[in-house]
Structure formats: C-alpha cells, structure tokens
Design a protein around this ligand. Structure first.
Ligand SMILES: C[S@@+](CC[C@H](N)C(=O)[O-])C[C@H]1O[C@@H](n2cnc3c(N)ncnc32)[C@H](O)[C@@H]1O
Length: 193
C-alpha cells in the first residue's frame, strides 16, 4: 500500500489490475485512499466477485470494477495497466511462470508488478505456509521460495526487482519489478517462441 501511494505521487493517475482480488479488500483500501486510481479486480471464483461488487459504495463503484478470469489467461490487451498487484493468491496458480508472463504482458513498458505471498524461507513461514496452509488446501498450493519468485520476475523480463519480508508472525514476501522500458518485449521462452 505504501509503495502504491509513492508511485502515485511520482506518476499521477494509476490504472491498476489486482489479480486474485478475492472479495476486493485491496480495491476498497485503494479507492478509499487519497490517490487518483482506477482498480480492476480479477478473480476465478464467482462468489468472491459477487461479494466484492456488493461491498462497493457509490464512489467506489466508479473507481473499481470486478471481472471473472484466470491469472494464467488475463482477458486484457497488451500494455493496458500501469500497475499489477497480486496478494495472497499466487500460491494457487498451477503454472506460476505463465501467470507472471501474463502480468508482464498486460503492463505498459515501465509499469510495475507487486506480488505478495507467503514467505516460506524461515522456520515460521515454512510451518505456516508449507505445512498448515498446504494441508488445509489439500497440498494443491505452492508457495515459492524467495529465490524462485525472483527468478519468475527476471525470466518474464522485469528489471529493478526488489524483495522484502513483511511481518514475523505471519511472514509475507513482497516482490516488486518494473517491466522492461527499452523495448517492452518479453524474452523468448519455450512457450512464447
Ligand atoms: C486467499 S484469497 C486472497 C484474496 C485477496 N487477494 C486478499 O488478499 O484478500 C485467494 C484468491 O485467489 C483466487 N484465485 C485462485 N486461483 C486463481 C486463478 N487461477 N486466477 C485468478 N484468481 C485465482 C481465489 O478465487 C481467491 O479469491
């Protein structure tokens, strides 16, 4: 959130996509904040989207829209957004490298991606995310290591990547990168060659 306020102060109005938006918690915080922003929330689950839409008040309705979709196949044209966020949802994606490439595709050159997900590189995070959350989710989720998350960003062509741990009792990993400004192209990979 503090990152977003800083980016808005630097660059003005922000067109933001929140992938795996759930019930729209981040969208509510952002549209209530003193920043010029339009938020598109995307989620796979219709019940989440219904709740997100139901929570909006009049002013938020103009600033936030919610659409159904899959993180691995984003229903938006290239370079549509200034910022893409993804909070506590990334561990659900079966092909995480595809999701990051899709996020890069819909960002304008120079746009920023911020992913927050469980930090599992210390004993607390390992127990919370790799043991407890994974068991609750019937071992169908995958929390990236710090290094793997950075690798996904770099392989998708992000620059100026930085990472930091947030919280100690429920540790989260924030990873931020900027889409390549020079040519806006993503590096060739096995799947997009
Ligand atoms: C734990 S919730 C987090 C919601 C919200 N971002 C938050 O922080 O409160 C995870 C969300 O990811 C969504 N999700 C899971 N797989 C997805 C996918 N492939 N594409 C888009 N959303 C997905 C789920 O429907 C769920 O709403």
């Amino acid at each position: 959130m503090e990152e977003l306020v800083g980016w808005s102060a630097e660059e003005g109005a922000i067109e933001l996509l929140d992938v795996g938006c759930g019930t729209g918690t981040l969208a509510s915080m952002l549209t209530a904040a003193e920043i010029e922003i339009r938020v598109t929330g995307l989620d796979l689950t219709p019940a989440m989207l219904r709740e997100a839409r139901g929570k909006r008040n009049g002013a938020e309705e103009r600033k936030a829209t919610f659409v159904a979709g899959d993180a691995e196949h984003l229903p938006f044209p290239d370079s549509r957004f200034d910022v893409v966020t993804c909070c506590n949802s990334f561990h659900h994606y079966p092909r995480q490298e595809h999701a990051v490439r899709e996020m890069a595709r819909v960002l304008r050159p120079g746009g920023r991606l911020a992913i927050v997900d469980g930090f599992r590189d210390n004993i607390v995070g390992w127990f919370v995310f790799d043991v407890c959350i994974s068991a609750v989710e019937k071992w169908s989720v995958h929390h990236c290591t710090w290094r793997d998350m950075r690798g996904h960003f770099e392989q998708a062509g992000f620059q100026d990547v930085y990472q930091r741990k947030i919280n100690w009792w429920l540790p989260l990993l924030l990873t931020v990168g900027r889409r390549n400004i020079e040519n806006g192209r993503q590096p060739a990979t096995e799947t997009n060659r």
